[in-house]
Ligand binder design. Structure first.
Ligand code: PEP
Ligand code: MG
Length: 589
């Protein structure tokens, strides 16, 4: 057994040290105390409340209940028509269930009786109720157990924000979030916090959860399998986000070693900041556009700090998550305008809704389907819900007066999808013109190349659209038939697979020939090992999270197109993985 260490003088119990391996999704070292979080009901933490804190725990439970009831009441008030109208019935049912003493009173008794934390008490009671519902003969009543679960989850989410950590760190900066799974919607909520790092049991490196973690510039690891089960609340942990290593209860020597590594990593990051205003160009003088990916308007601050020359991908669907209703046209307009104004005349590429797969609206049965990644996702959803799509297009067009807007359509595969989307855009334009609302009539419209069928039928895209953007995250997922969010097949997610490289390279080449701008906006664009390869394929426009931009810029500044292009061509001709890796290493030295 090792001598336990402590990060900032807090005493630790004598516990053995162990290491877990996963997939690092965001580089850097974080050292802090584990905080076990959960949004899934079965994983709520269980801990004992000190006798003198029981009253406060009951108050915490009451407050979460009241907060949830209030949120539901607000929602009921806004739920009047369409999607929101259907939601109204569920909202009323959830309010009724939560008001019943079986959920509002019994958990309070459990807290007192067992000195249990509020989450655990609530889940105990929910399990009992669910069991009772399961006994009903009537199928309709039996199904209502899901409403009990959903209503309770709402309260659990409210409790999550006020989690009780009896002897834990007093600063968020010392907290490492440990979860079995986090949805992209959960992850986006963490943007409001200042945690030191994140680790999860499941998830792939290009899942949207991992992408948002990376955008936070925080060390993060996914696919650790059993971290949530093995780690206890407040244990000291080290996250090495580059290596994907999680060390639990490190001994003093290991801790010192990682503290040094952390400092050296932070110094390197600090030095990179000097490149902020340096124009991105290769050694031979070819200018390269380095744009940023964002999820929310609040991300703009980091984009400006990194010196990005535009927004290459605004994942607008994140405006739709973590809420029960849909954002109105005015709300969306304000969000888009904010970004366009902040970018001060630089291009802002807003992607139309890419809902579905791992990004679902509450009550999102519509996009669930038997295989959500192959179902009603992105443009398919928008064309099936023209009202929702038109609202977004109108909001975008209205905002176009405030900067240099470009509209990007995701997951296209068919000509009729492009035509359908362009038709609805025309419709939105006509409706605004009819009202006398001004907008930029020449907003460029582009398409994402992220389905192999699209990459193999480029003329169809080039005839209809003004620019293309390659979404390598999905292009890899759909080319190799592996779910990007599934850690059990994460080892098969290979950006260097010859099929993937062929599709990327030929898309860049075709755009170049046709004189149409093309970017890569998938994670590949932010991976410094891929920068020279993409430059060698002819790519001149990259879009990535702001946290990756300066490192990529440094690599661009060190690259000579005369040298990288022939090697990239050799890599493209090669189909043997080992050879491709050797050549890539040579390209990067
Ligand atoms: C992609 O698929 O590469 C992409 C940029 O879109 P998203 O990651 O949001 O699916
Ligand atoms: Mg995509």
């Amino acid at each position: 057994m090792n001598q336990p260490a402590s990060a900032n003088g807090l005493a630790q119990t004598l516990t053995p040290s162990f290491t877990l391996l996963g997939a690092g999704v965001s580089a850097g070292i974080a050292i802090g105390y584990a905080h076990l979080v959960s949004t899934a009901r079965l994983e709520v933490p269980q801990y004992e409340i000190a006798a003198n804190e029981v009253d406060a725990e009951v108050v915490r439970f009451d407050n979460a209940m009241a907060q949830t009831q209030q949120a539901l009441a607000d929602l009921a008030a806004s739920a009047t028509q369409g999607v929101a109208g259907e939601l109204g019935a569920f909202v009323s049912l959830h309010r009724m269930l939560l008001a019943d003493s079986t959920l509002s009173q019994t958990p309070r008794d459990i807290i007192r009786e067992h000195r249990a934390n509020a989450e655990w008490a609530l889940v105990q009671q929910m399990d009992r109720l669910v069991e009772q519902f399961e006994q009903f003969e009537d199928a309709y009543l039996r199904e209502r157990k899901h409403d009990v679960e959903q209503a309770v989850e709402r309260v659990l989410k409210a409790l999550l924000g006020t989690a009780h950590t009896p002897s834990g760190p007093s600063h968020e900066e010392d907290v490492i979030v440990v979860a079995h799974d986090l949805s992209p919607a959960d992850m986006i909520l963490f943007k409001q916090h200042k945690f030191a790092g994140f680790v999860t049991d499941v998830g792939g490196v290009t899942s949207h959860t991992a992408i948002v973690a990376r955008s936070l510039s925080l060390p993060a690891i996914v696919g650790l399998h059993h971290a949530r089960e093995l780690i206890r609340e407040n244990e000291l942990v080290i996250v090495d986000g580059a290596e994907g290593t999680l060390i639990v209860n490190p001994d003093a020597q290991v801790l010192t070693e990682y503290q040094l590594k952390k400092r050296s990593y932070e110094l390197d990051r600090q030095k990179l900041k000097r490149l902020k205003t340096t124009p991105a160009a290769t050694l031979d003088g070819t200018p390269i556009e380095l744009h940023a990916n964002i999820e929310l308007p609040s991300d703009i601050e980091t984009v400006v700090e990194a010196g990005a020359t535009g927004i290459g991908l605004f994942r607008s669907e994140f405006l739709f998550l973590n809420r029960e209703d849909l954002p109105t046209e005015d709300e969306q307009f304000e969000a888009y305008r904010q970004v366009l104004e902040a970018m001060n005349g630089m291009p802002v590429t807003i992607r139309t809704l890419d809902l579905g797969a791992d990004k679902v609206l509450p009550g999102g049965e519509r996009t669930a389907g038997p295989n959500p990644a192959l179902g009603l996702r992105a443009i398919r959803f928008c064309l099936a819900e023209p009202g929702v799509f038109l609202t977004q297009l109108r909001a975008m067009l209205r905002a176009s007066r405030y900067g240099k807007l470009r509209i990007l359509i995701p997951m296209l595969a068919h000509a009729h999808e492009i035509d359908g989307a362009l038709g609805l855009l025309e419709h939105a334009k006509r409706s605004l013109q009819g009202e006398g609302t001004a907008f930029d009539t020449d907003v460029p419209v582009g398409g994402m190349i992220e389905v192999p069928a699209a990459a193999l039928s480029l003329p169809m895209f080039l005839h209809r659209l003004q620019f293309l953007s390659i979404g390598t995250n999905d292009l890899i997922q759909y080319t190799l038939a592996i779910d990007r969010a599934d850690e059990t097949v994460a080892h098969l997610y290979d950006p260097l697979h010859p099929a993937v490289l062929q599709l990327v390279a030929q898309t860049i080449r075709a755009c170049d020939k046709a004189g149409k701008p093309v970017a890569v906006c998938g994670e590949m664009a932010g991976e410094v090992e891929m920068t020279r390869l993409l430059l060698g394929f002819g790519l001149r426009q990259f879009s990535m999270h702001a946290s990756q931009l300066l490192e990529v810029k440094q690599q661009v500044l060190r690259s000579d197109l005369g040298e990288v292009t022939p090697l990239a061509t050799r890599i493209l001709r090669n189909t043997e993985s080992s050879k491709v890796h050797t050549l890539l290493e040579r390209l990067n030295t």
